[in-house]
Design a protein around this ligand. Sequence first.
Ligand SMILES: Cc1cc2nc3c(=O)[nH]c(=O)nc-3n(C[C@H](O)[C@H](O)[C@H](O)COP(=O)(O)OP(=O)(O)OC[C@H]3O[C@@H](n4cnc5c(N)ncnc54)[C@H](O)[C@@H]3O)c2cc1C
Length: 375
Amino acid sequence: MKRALIVGGGIGGQAAGIALRQQNIDVLITEIQPSFDVYGVGIIQQANALRALEELGVAQEAMRRGSPYNYVKMCTPSGEYITDVGTPPIDGFPSHNGISRRILHEILLEKALEMGVKYKMGASVQNIDNRKDGVSITFTDQTESDFDFVIAADGVFSVMRTMILGNYTPKYVGLSVWRYAFKRPKDLETGYMYMGKDTKVGLIPMTDDTIYMFLVSAEGADNPFIPLDELIPKFKKHLEPYTDEKVRSCIDQITDPNLVNYRPLETLMTPAPWYKNRVVFLGDAVHATIPQLGSGAALAIEDAVVLGKELGKSDNYEAIFSNYMERRHSRCKTIVDASSLVGQMEYEKSIGVDHSDAEIGKIMHEALSQLQQPI
Ligand SMILES: Cc1cc2nc3c(=O)[nH]c(=O)nc-3n(C[C@H](O)[C@H](O)[C@H](O)COP(=O)(O)OP(=O)(O)OC[C@H]3O[C@@H](n4cnc5c(N)ncnc54)[C@H](O)[C@@H]3O)c2cc1C
């Protein structure tokens, strides 16, 4: 039986664990955190993400514990209706599924455990001997082990990337996202997006009873640190122009600064190849997109599914990894590039450059349409 190590137990790492077990590969995931304390509020899964989750046997569970919807209502800050947007459903999967990030991670973890994935928590890779015929690892807990191959899924600030591929630094795009979870307003039947002058706000269903809000703002080119006691006042200040009833009904519920999830947005696209000898990369470690197209996790899950299938076809690692690259690189680059362009235009709007919402919408629509294609 082949033996694999996956570095990082986020969405991409868990998905890869399941995909490898489907090929009867023995899998150990090493996760640097002592326990899975999943960061974030909610996440949007588009139909292509659900299609990939179906390959892993968890799409139905994700929809049961999430909130599927088929279109997003675009509105002005005062709630006047502009239009409906959304990519078409794929293979019977809805256009979107809003879900708590913690629940999505739990679903993947439960499936991975059921399929026999093993875990080493609170540890990472200290030394690596990456040869053409296998990989020897010394972990940070000083244990040592040999593997046939390693998947690096350690996120946008990947240490594995620096060890194996070289120095690539994520780029801050001048924008940040604020997120907070709320009780679901009674009349919120689908996702909503409110287009402000310098900011935009989304209300995304997560369950029958809960939603999350995201607000995208330009915080300045120097990526300022915002102390805990300033999070709520700044967040509420950004929300002042949004007079729509649904948005206002949420604002009073913003009371705990520890629950304000503030995140500067960073992007990264590592050039090909995403592998060297017997170490291969997936997810944010090689292609981190800003959430303007809401597709980063979807791409990580697709990576895992494709890599799993290629591993099932051959024992020649060079062929496996190069076929995987062939199938993934340009698709991921399309999304990273389009997200970055949209982010750049949104940032420029905030400093007075004239970009229309229609122009931005067209770029988003064209890129998302490509994700409709099979993986
Ligand atoms: C604000 C925001 C909103 C987003 N919204 C969406 C959305 O709506 N839809 C969507 O599809 N995507 C969204 N994304 C993107 C999505 O979150 C990422 O693309 C996805 O989480 C990538 O998964 P990953 O497994 O590659 O990396 P991560 O989720 O970052 O997981 C990496 C894991 O590796 C662990 N790790 C790190 N270093 C080490 C190490 N040295 N050794 C061992 N373990 C390590 C980490 O603790 C973590 O568990 C959003 C991103 C942001 C920032």
